[in-house]
Design a protein around this ligand. Structure first.
Ligand SMILES: *[C@@H]1O[C@H](CO)[C@@H](O)[C@H](O)[C@H]1NC(C)=O
Ligand SMILES: *[C@@H]1O[C@H](CO)[C@@H](O)[C@H](O)[C@H]1NC(C)=O
Ligand SMILES: *[C@@H]1O[C@H](CO)[C@@H](O)[C@H](O)[C@H]1NC(C)=O
Ligand SMILES: *[C@@H]1O[C@H](CO)[C@@H](O)[C@H](O)[C@H]1NC(C)=O
Ligand SMILES: *[C@@H]1O[C@H](CO)[C@@H](O)[C@H](O)[C@H]1NC(C)=O
Length: 407
């Protein structure tokens, strides 16, 4: 079976060959992304935030049920990557979280929706649960602008009448697979909603359904250091070439940007080849409990009760080996420095400034469950990533930050 997304790609290709002449703008569109660590509430419980997200990813239907039952903890976004997106005509600019783990684009958690002549209320109820929050509201279609003046029309936008967990941002720019929008129009459980990336392609603005992402490590609380490219990749942001791996066929990873990989600590395998996902909305790297236990004993780390993160001594840090991710035929190595949380940001997690915390955490279930790892932000800040719907694959390349000592 083809994944739904690739079937759609084939359909769209057929349509664009047979259909009306659309102007194809072959140059990809790049927009900047701000990385923000929310420290306004004092310390951040990173672990609590991430674990709610992990739980929701591992069980989408359960998260919806929990949300309806009011059980999902309300947690503010801890570390977010945010893009500015224009909606309406004339456009109002909204700060939207860039999320590869969900696919609806919505606003209304911060600034109110400013309706213009292009805003059409479809009267369809729409809702999504994220673990770290949820929104529910009404679907609109509207004109959406990316960067300097590139617009698409008739983009589905969720307008939240209710939301939680998204204080300080206006909503989400969902760049996950199309299938994740299924069931989000609550009265049409089997209908999917064309994503922003799909509409860019449908309307001839990009020639491949592909998104390239550049994140960089930082020790600042707020910095514009990321970049999102629709329709291609930005060769100035990576070194060498991009190596691709097919999307995994294993459920539940296959609902997301799922891939197969194995993980080695030095030359010791801690996770045999298995399926997991790449996710811009999860901060740390999560691995199956059996792999985590091996990593913990190999590094000698102890679990810090306050931050809920693994902690090591300076001596243990100097003895750390590379953490090697084997993806396709390529090995991506996280150096010792890439395996630790930026020390200058320790106190924001409630930790002590002299401690060393690891960015590898426990996914909470043993391997073999179909979603055994999440390569989150701390992975993506070291490698350029490419999310390619047209060819059903994910790519990575090294960057000038891969081996950098930043933490
Ligand atoms: C942070 O969250 C984790 C997991 O939910 C919990 O174990 C830990 O006690 C929390 N830490 C603080 C300081 O509240
Ligand atoms: C959209 O229209 C529906 C009725 O068709 C209405 O209930 C809803 O309030 C409208 N949404 C907004 C955000 O105005
Ligand atoms: C607008 O997009 C929706 C899907 O979001 C689609 O059903 C509808 O046909 C589109 N309308 C036009 C005029 O293209
Ligand atoms: C940051 O978190 C605090 C408390 O955790 C919350 O009150 C505040 O609204 C959040 N701010 C932003 C910008 O997300
Ligand atoms: C991924 O791993 C699964 C389980 O080992 C295997 O069935 C599948 O063929 C692998 N490759 C892809 C692209 O899913």
């Amino acid at each position: 079976m083809f994944p739904a997304a690739s079937l759609l790609a084939i359909l769209l290709l057929a349509l664009s060959i047979a259909g009306s002449p659309v102007e194809v703008r072959n140059s990809p569109i790049t927009i900047p992304i701000v990385r923000r660590l929310n420290t306004s509430g004092g310390t951040i419980n990173l672990s609590q935030h991430d674990k709610a997200r992990v739980a929701a990813i591992k069980d989408r239907s359960a998260s919806t049920l929990n949300r309806r039952a009011g059980n999902i903890p309300v947690i503010n976004e801890a570390v977010s990557y945010i893009a500015q997106v224009g909606i309406g005509s004339p456009a109002t600019i909204y700060d939207l979280i860039v999320d590869t783990g969900s696919s609806n684009t919505w606003l209304g958690s911060g600034s109110a929706y400013v309706k213009t002549g292009t805003s059409i209320n479809t009267s369809q109820p729409v809702s999504v649960g994220y673990g770290s929050g949820y929104f529910s509201g009404t679907e609109y279609t509207d004109t959406l602008t990316l960067g300097s003046g590139l617009t698409i029309t008739n983009q589905s936008i969720g307008v939240a009448s209710e939301s939680s967990g998204f204080t300080g941002v206006d909503g989400i720019l969902g760049i996950g697979p199309l299938g994740l929008t299924e069931g989000t129009l609550t009265n049409e459980q089997t209908t999917s909603i064309p994503t922003v990336t799909q509409n860019l392609y449908n309307q001839g603005k990009i020639s491949h359904i592909i998104v390239g992402i550049s994140f960089e490590p930082t020790t600042s609380q707020k910095v514009t250091n990321g970049e999102l490219t629709f329709g291609g990749t930005d060769a100035t942001k990576y070194s060498g070439s991009i190596a691709y791996t097919p999307l995994t066929t294993t459920q539940d990873a296959s609902h997301y940007w799922g891939i197969n990989e194995s993980i080695m600590y030095g030359s010791t395998t801690i996770l045999s080849t298995t399926a997991g996902i790449v996710d811009t909305g999860t901060t740390l790297i999560y691995i199956a409990t059996d792999a985590y236990t091996k990593y913990q004993s190999a590094t000698g780390a102890t679990l810090d009760q306050v931050t809920d993160l693994l902690s090591i001594s300076l001596t243990q840090y100097h003895a750390l080996k590379n953490l090697n991710f084997n993806i396709g035929k390529t090995t991506y190595s996280l150096t010792p420095n890439a395996q630790i949380w930026p020390r200058s940001l320790n106190t924001y997690l409630g930790g002590s400034s002299g401690s060393i915390y690891l960015v590898v955490a426990d996914i909470g279930t043993p391997s073999g469950q179909g979603l055994d790892f999440i390569n989150g932000q701390t992975f993506l800040e070291r490698f350029y990533s490419v999310f390619d719907t047209t060819n059903s694959r994910v790519g990575f390349a090294t960057t000038s930050f891969t081996d950098a000592t930043t933490n």
